[in-house]
Design a protein around this ligand. Structure first.
Ligand code: SF4
Ligand code: SF4
Length: 455
């Protein structure tokens, strides 16, 4: 039985390994409604073929092996359905290649998507992705670490994390991103990831690569959805950004993880020290077989607040990122913009319809993204201050910061209020706004449209 492609409202491609959201794939398909339709049609074809149970050759893995079997069984064993009902439809997790599909009511009925929580005003019933800071311990001390991590910190209690994972699974969360600190500093990281898998969550990891061995890479590859390695530059560029020379460690980690069969991505924080170096970095990554490259905007939190003035890119130059990403796409690199970079994407004026259907998302904090810090406190994203909550469900519904961010996204001040891309961008980065203005709910001062408005 064929499906109606319009029943697929949006396709959000990839796993979610990062502390600031899954990121949005930035490519030529975003620039035209026709290009976007080609991508969405391809996903609709995959989806409806699987829904109808037609035998179909597996899709070629995008940068890694198939996920373990329990994650791909949702159409054949209803008890393991990885879909959940939302107001007006459902979200369905697909694998190989991974994506979240937002579908309409009719498809939600066909899939049998269950309600996992009550509707929450201004947000999904639960996050789709949760960043879990598994430790503030880290063997190194990067200049702009958002968490102020270091080697002297204790690893942390796994019991608290396991309890959180159980609550996230019960709420219908799809993916968790384990970060730190250095996630590999936890001796029980693989066990935590296995717990997440057993509960039906896809565990992902971000690492600098410090502490990775071939044996550990093999264990992680067997259980993780994706592992992203942080690499801000090669040689002196890495050291200029991070304050220590870890490029060789990161490159070795990429190779080791790929050899172990892991799905591997690379994270690069875009800053003044590496902007002009991106073409060389792209060349090196493509030569190593990397295809998934996430660019992250610098966040002024933790030690990053003190380093911000030195490392931030002139906002005018941030407009160079889209042309660069499109160029790198031609070399086989799928570049993702993190949530905070979206103002610099929409400033180029791509069709809002294409952005929406291809799952481009600015500031998802409190809407589809939740962060859990090392003390178990909840926040809308990893860079915001967390609050204690009696449970994940209660915090998701009632936390004051989450509610304030939702209210702002629903009724932002100018110039966001009259911005054509407002529903996609959701008002820019709250962390940058707070750092530069003292008000976390103020317009993002680096957004090109906000800058024109203020001039
Ligand atoms: S405040 Fe919003 S845009 Fe900024 S990092 Fe957090 S979730 Fe992303
Ligand atoms: S004006 Fe606001 S909503 Fe529009 S792009 Fe800038 S930050 Fe985003």
């Amino acid at each position: 039985m064929a499906g109606d492609v319009t029943a697929i409202r949006s396709v959000q491609r990839g796993h979610t390994p990062n502390c600031s959201s899954a990121g949005s794939v930035v490519g030529l398909a975003l620039l035209s409604v026709v290009g976007c339709a080609v991508v969405v049609n391809a996903w609709a074809d995959r989806f409806f073929a699987r829904l109808d149970g037609k035998p179909r050759a597996p899709d070629a893995p995008e940068g890694g092996p198939p996920d373990p079997p329990q994650a791909v069984s949702f159409f054949v064993r209803p008890s393991t359905v990885r879909a959940r009902r939302e107001v007006g439809g459902a979200i369905v997790a697909m694998t190989e290649p991974p994506a979240l599909l937002h579908v309409d009511e009719a498809v939600a009925d066909r899939v049998g998507a269950p309600w996992r929580g009550a509707p929450v005003p201004g947000a999904l019933t639960a996050p789709t992705e949760v960043h879990v800071a598994v430790t503030a311990r880290c063997p190194v001390r990067c200049t702009a670490c958002y968490l102020d991590a270091g080697p002297e910190v204790a690893p942390g209690d796994p019991k608290g994390i396991e309890a959180v994972l159980e609550q996230l699974a019960s709420a219908g969360v799809f993916e968790v991103a384990f970060g730190g600190g250095e996630a590999l500093a936890r001796a029980d990281l693989v066990e935590l990831a296995a717990t997440a898998r057993r509960l039906g969550l896809v565990p992902n990891v971000t690492t600098s690569g410090v502490g990775l061995t071939a044996a550990l890479a093999a264990r992680l590859a067997a259980v993780c959805g994706q592992i992203n390695v942080s690499l801000d530059g090669l040689g002196p560029y890495y050291e200029a950004v991070r304050g220590w020379d870890g490029a060789a460690v990161a490159l070795a980690a990429i190779d080791t993880l790929r050899a172990a069969g892991a799905r591997v991505g690379v994270n690069t924080v875009i800053c003044s020290k590496n902007l002009d170096h991106l073409p060389d970095l792209a060349h090196a990554l493509a030569a190593r077989g990397v295809t998934d490259w996430t660019w992250l905007r610098l966040k002024p939190s933790g030690r990053g607040a003190a380093a911000y003035a030195d490392l931030v890119v002139d906002p005018e130059r941030m407009l160079e990122l889209l042309p660069l990403a499109l160029d790198f796409e031609q070399r086989g690199l799928a570049v993702r913009f993190d949530c905070a970079l979206v103002p610099f994407l929409v400033a180029h004026g791509p069709p809002v319809e294409a952005l929406a259907r291809l799952g481009v998302r600015g500031c998802p904090g409190g809407h589809s993204l939740l962060a859990v810090d090392t003390e178990g406190r909840l926040a809308p994203c990893s860079f915001a201050v967390g609050h204690a909550a009696a449970s994940v469900a209660e915090g998701w519904r009632d936390d004051p910061t989450l509610r304030a961010w939702r209210d702002r996204a629903a009724a932002p001040p100018e110039p966001c209020a009259s911005c054509e891309a407002r529903a996609i961008c959701r008002g820019g980065c709250r962390i940058v706004a707070e750092h530069l203005t003292g008000d976390s709910l103020a317009p993002d001062p680096e957004c090109p449209r906000v800058r024109r408005w203020a001039a």
